[in-house]
Design a protein around this ligand. Sequence first.
Ligand SMILES: Cc1cc2nc3c(=O)[nH]c(=O)nc-3n(C[C@H](O)[C@H](O)[C@H](O)COP(=O)(O)OP(=O)(O)OC[C@H]3O[C@@H](n4cnc5c(N)ncnc54)[C@H](O)[C@@H]3O)c2cc1C
Ligand code: SF4
Ligand code: SF4
Length: 1019
Amino acid sequence: MNAPLSLHAARRPAGGAYEAVARTSNEVAGRLAQRLAQETQGEVLFSAADRGRYATDASIYQVMPTGVFVPASHEDVAAALDICRELKVPIVPRGAGTSQCGQTVGAGLVIDHAKHMRRVLAVDAEARVAEVESGIVLDHLNLALKQHGLWFPVDVSTSAQATLGGMAGNNSCGSRSIAYGNMVHNVLGAQAWTSDGALHRFTRLEDCEGRAREIGLQVRELAATLAPEIDRRWPKVLRRVGGYNLDIFRNQNPLAYTGDGSVNLAHLLVGSEGTLALTRSLTLRLSELPRAKVLGVVNFPTFYKAMDSAQHIVKLGGDGTLTAVELVDRTMIELSLRNPAFAPVIRSAVIGQPDAVLLVEFSGPDKPSLVRKLDELVELMGDLGLPGSVVRMEDDAPQKSLWEVRKAGLNIMMSLRGDGKPVSFIEDCAVPLEHLAEYTDGLTQVFRKHGTRGTWYAHASVGTLHVRPILDMRTDGAAKMRAIAEEASALVRKYKGAYSGEHGDGLCRGEWISWQFGPRIGEAFGEIKKLFDPIGLLSPGRMVDPPRMDDTRLMRFPPSYRVIPLKPALDWSAWDVQNDPATERTTRPGTGGDPALGYAKAVEMCNNNGHCRKFDAGTMCPSYRVTRDERHLTRGRANTLRLALSGQLGPEGLVGPEVQEALDLCVSCKGCKRDCPTGVDMARMKVEFLHHYKKKHGHTLRDKLVARLPDYARRASAVAGLLNLRNRSPLLAKLGEKMLGLSARRSLPRWQRRHFFNDAPRTATRDEVLAAARPVVLFVDTFNGFFESANARAALKVLQAANYTVHVAAKLKDDGRHLCCGRTFLASGMVDEARAKAAELVASLAPFAEKGIAIVGLEPSCLFTLRDEMLAMGLGDAARKIADQALLFEEFLAREAKAGSLDGLKARLRPLAQRVLLHGHCHQKAFAAVSPVIDVLKLIPGVEPALIESSCCGMAGSFGYEARHYELSMQMAELSLLPAVREAPDAIVVADGTSCRHQIHDGAQREAVHAAVLLAAQL
Ligand SMILES: Cc1cc2nc3c(=O)[nH]c(=O)nc-3n(C[C@H](O)[C@H](O)[C@H](O)COP(=O)(O)OP(=O)(O)OC[C@H]3O[C@@H](n4cnc5c(N)ncnc54)[C@H](O)[C@@H]3O)c2cc1C
Ligand code: SF4
Ligand code: SF4
């Protein structure tokens, strides 16, 4: 994992922090900011936008903190704690902020542990113990443990984001908790600061010392006094995470908290949601990585039967091999079947049309013994009256695919447009398995009564089923939420379950703690809080004395929420809809009542789940992967836009510096469009923002130079020699940097006097291609036309060799210019100019699209503009038809090869022995257009292309050429792309993106080629 960039590492108020903050906030905030800036090395974030970005988590709540502090070291945390105590400013600790109940929002200083406190401190593989800092992400820990054959098995769905400190804070539970337990079962110790500033080691009570031991003994006394009450009131289910774990002194959990029956004081901190102490490090019990897994997919004719069967299925796990029983209901199955990527996977798992399926996983040391467990499952289902209902998955690959579908189904559910959203507040009540069927049935009726419904999924093995009714928090959502919560709680009580069974208490369940445990245990929780934190410094108003769950003043979308009217430049009407909570059907585009005509509602699709805090080699979000700054995260950007659009950053917020700063490092890779569960498309949002921002502040000379490139390219190429001098003269390069801000450390694309547009081979006319038997239209963009004409020529050669009649797209009326998609204009927010370009394109291409002729492009960012932004420019049905026919060169060839239309070409391709590496352009990844490139390269005999697991190359159009972005651009490339290229010095590197090829040239001094060039070379 790369260290964050130094230029973004320490955001600290320059000069007088006090004046700056006190003026805009208040006196105490000013002193707090001043002292943090003076006495620590961490980041001190007190701007309205920074506070706003930390005012929310994955819950429905929003509370503005006084400020945000990102400590650079443990000393910083300790110092911040002292300062806050002295100034009486509460502290709200935070990890990734993925809590669903509002645990990380609060008025006070939010301390973000995730950015720097993330080391593995020690691993004892033999003893299976690790000590880690609180901000380390679970997936990163497990990556480090893999070499030892070990893992930390509390496998929360947010494993790529969740920090161990946050997991401990919430007493998190994974899909496999039936086998491994919750966090509390897997934490062996903690080092933590209490609010008096003392650092304690919390471990086995008898090994604790000093004040920690004293506290432990006092809590033990409390537990002893309350023994009958604890026995009576405490839910006896594995999944109980509400309240403090007072039962460590009198275990009510079906699974023992410790191996030897001792009491571990660290377990009191687990699930305390940051209210008792600030965690410095955690000591964890590790498990052996399972060597083998098998999956049985049980198909049920009714949901009720599935719920009723769970209690019998779990009995198969007596030998410890049963690791998961997860539910996927009918709605999820249908949603998955609508997705072309998931449909085949789900089809392989279902028999007929089940109402629900249970994924039953067995894990152990070897496959054969697990296969016998599958036999037992099949036999059991026969006994339960469902013979032939189990699909057996013994191989790893189909199992993995199916687990991915299970996760993705939830994501699709979350992408509902309109103000009604699936709201998380009773989504993890846990009931004993024998009552699961009645409980889910009862709750479904409650939803129906309130005019909504829920989709059920997740952990049937432990009686914790997730379900989110659809509520509109801007209208009557809060009132309905309370009514549903009250009826749900009555069901939980009836079935002796736990009201809070996975996601914690926070704001939405705090008031239910005393409901669950009764007043006496509630008072004891107050005592515990006082023992640890007598001054109420740590997350006050949480766990003890909580506010009402439906207090709309604490919500992100209270009824008073207003959007500032705005006339957007792009068409956002598809988001401007409302939905029916009972049917999930949405109204017509443009009828949602958004004063920003859909732009605000598109932005508000971000529900803060934090999925974009990803560090794997996928695309989303490359800028965050480098800076680790919440501001540079898709979530941070969406939040900033939301705050601006709703007037929370002032009346001119949208065109102010805070939005500009948040969006500046967005490289418009569209990674979020693909990966964000709710489809937040920040690249498109940035175009809209830039349109308004530049309207107010004007375009720079560089903006104009880059945007208008398609307009002057022909004239410029006539003086190619002169312009290319810039790349040979350091003086000119420096001058360019000074005048235009284009980095002198970059070479610029080379102009060519003879280029594709003045020296193209003869191709078919419009009429010829319209009449041809094998027609194709080649759309040659500015970059491949003027700078890298060889690519366009190569594509033409390949298409003609494959016996296609090729017409090169041109304007209907020749005015000496070429056709352009408008991409360079969009990158500067010049939407009107881009629209004019796109309109010319539409006029020219419409007749071909009408006839179903493929329109093939070479540059991913240009071609995909036809399938994306061009549809949001009000160009009508013709644009839609063109989008349907617009294909990347390889998409077209792969499609034709599949149809058996490329046999002639295949026969002509000569074999190639050299290794081929492929780097996918971000937009290729966003539009699932990488695998066609692989398929097409494989047409060359001997070629087995290896895909580089890379994110954005960092160049991203003109982004990487800009001097102020140069460092960040190179850091993005160094994350994975450049090292992979360097590691294969003899390989041919294929990259279809013009800017990707330039980045590879600048960063690794290697010449990458377009796939068309490689194919043409083999002819
Ligand atoms: C889509 C989605 C799926 C989820 N799936 C699961 C799931 O499968 N299982 C599950 O259990 N949860 C799940 N969650 C909830 C959440 O992701 C987990 O609880 C997660 O462990 C929280 O980790 P975090 O780093 O985001 O913690 P945060 O949300 O940042 O913090 C959690 C709590 O810990 C406290 N805290 C954080 N760091 C410290 C520290 N250093 N010292 C003291 N207190 C601290 C915070 O104050 C807060 O109370 C899901 C959430 C979402 C959005
Ligand atoms: S941008 Fe998308 S992935 Fe990121 S938090 Fe928002 S909804 Fe989740
Ligand atoms: S477009 Fe790319 S850089 Fe911008 S927010 Fe989305 S993932 Fe991040």
